[in-house]
Design a protein around this ligand. Sequence first.
Ligand code: F6R
Length: 245
Amino acid sequence: MKLIEVKDYNEMSQKAAEYIIEKVRNYPRINLGLATGGTPVGTYKILIEDHQKNGTSYQEVTTFNLDEYIGLSGNNPNSYRYFMNEKLFNHLDINKNNTFIPSGVAKDIQAECLRYEQLITQHGGVDLQLLGIGQNGHIGFNEPGTSFQSNTHVVDLAPSTIKANARFFDNEEEVPTKAITMGIATIMKSKEILLLVSGESKNDAMHKLWNGEVTESFPASILKNHPYVTIIADQAAVAGLKMHS
Ligand code: F6R
């Protein structure tokens, strides 16, 4: 894992956006894996600005999001489909038919998991996967204890994740308790991974990731076994980190 340390959230967003823009420009048919949550919002803003100012095109780009809440349709402002449209897709020249997110309202949720996994494979896999990290080390919605062998699957969200995500809802009771997520094995199949980490609330997770062992009780630790991971983390996230352990 390569660590790029930056000052703050804005610098993290800038660096991450530059990283992605360069890839898209060099490889216009790239398959991007995308994340929701607070972490990538600044990055998405800069991608939009760059598209408007410099004309970076997403016409041939395909995207696969990590996860979606079960029970929320794409019209629900709290769904991840809605989030992605609002925060990114509506402002780029991307073909929406090439933006994939698991459906949280599929009649047969198990079949939807299989379909999504196959869809990624049929498209040749994810070239660059953008990730955030949960305070408990989750990636996607793979909570502690998830098998490293997992493909796209249904999860019960951990109480801490529901609490953390309540900030996007009117109240905690409205946060769905289940989601569909790419599995750990799905994420590990990406050719390259870009992990963004910002803020003091992620400091503990950053310590466990950098200095801890690879264990299913801290899902992000599996990234140590991936050949091509870049972490862009700000000072608050890396404070006190022993760079060489
Ligand atoms: C989002 C996702 C999650 C978030 C994580 C961090 O699609 O899969 O793993 O990346 O919960 O969330 P934020 O960025 O809100 O701190």
